[in-house]
Design a protein around this ligand. Structure first.
Ligand SMILES: Nc1ncnc2c1ncn2[C@@H]1O[C@H](COP(=O)(O)OP(=O)(O)OP(=O)(O)O)[C@@H](O)[C@H]1O
Length: 240
């Protein structure tokens, strides 16, 4: 029997007033994979992540995490189930230091020693954070801030990480670094990543599978390799 997917979305529908942002979206994500959610501006990518993580109410459908229905669980409880969402822009707290931001990510975890060990792991993964631990997050570059946002999420030791446009506003070289770190993360940990990206080409280069959204519906899903090779799909929805 096939292993149960770590994340399953079934018929998820979400609206903003009269705007149907998600229309019966279904997707399954196998454990340990990295999958991309792609699509043009306004396709519904951010709404999909926000609805999975409970920040936006689903009008219909459900979200299963490791087989448990988490649809009606308040967003702030999702971390206890192993789901962490890094929103667009990262959501780091500019006034706090890098170390304090990291500490916040691991706050719900009991044990100072465990949190310290986790901080050490995170700075090993993101070396630029090490020498900046005492600096306010406001002083970080865009790329460093994104590393901090992902690092803070990792402090909670998630099973599933939802990442909304981690490369937004970053130079291509920094984007490459972030993508390489995601690849390393997958290799090092039992972590599943759902990555929303505008830059479809770079997302497909590091993911296993891609879902293409258009006007709130999944119009195609396939292996990233096949999506990259599909000229019609690339021209119609991915813009390259
Ligand atoms: N707070 C809101 N109020 C009303 N409509 C919204 C709101 N947020 C999003 N929408 C609408 O919902 C649809 C999906 O938006 P969403 O932000 O999920 O798309 P997206 O694919 O993430 O776009 P982008 O790539 O531009 O970030 C769009 O039509 C958008 O205008």
């Amino acid at each position: 029997m096939a292993e149960q997917p770590i994340l399953a979305v079934e018929g998820l529908t979400a609206t903003y007033g009269a705007v149907a942002a998600l229309n019966a979206v279904s997707m399954t994500v196998p454990r340990g994979g990295i999958c991309a959610v792609l699509g043009a501006n306004g396709a519904g990518k951010t709404t999909l992540l926000r609805t999975i993580s409970g920040l936006k109410r689903a009008d219909a459908g459900r979200v299963l995490l490791g087989g448990t229905d988490i649809t009606r669980i308040p967003a702030e409880r999702h971390v206890h189930h192993g789901l962490v969402h890094v929103p667009e822009g990262g959501g780091v707290i500019a006034e706090l230091t890098v170390e304090e931001n990291l500490r916040l990510g691991g706050l719900w975890r009991a044990g100072r020693r465990r949190r310290a060990a986790r901080t050490a792991e995170v700075v090993e993964l993101f070396p630029p954070l090490r020498e900046r631990l005492a600096r306010p997050a406001a002083t970080l570059s865009g790329g460093e801030r994104q590393m901090l946002a992902i690092g803070r999420a990792l402090m909670a030791d998630p099973r599933v990480l939802l990442l909304d446009e981690p490369s937004l506003g970053l130079a291509p070289l920094v984007t490459r670094q972030i993508m390489d770190m995601l690849l390393q993360l997958r290799a090092d940990r039992d972590l599943t990543v759902v990555l929303v990206e505008q830059n479809a080409r770079s997302a497909l280069s590091i993911t296993d599978h891609g879902f293409v959204l258009n006007q709130g519906e999944v119009v195609m899903q396939d292996s990233s390799r096949r999506l990259l090779a599909d000229d019609r799909m690339r021209h119609a929805y991915l813009g390259f």
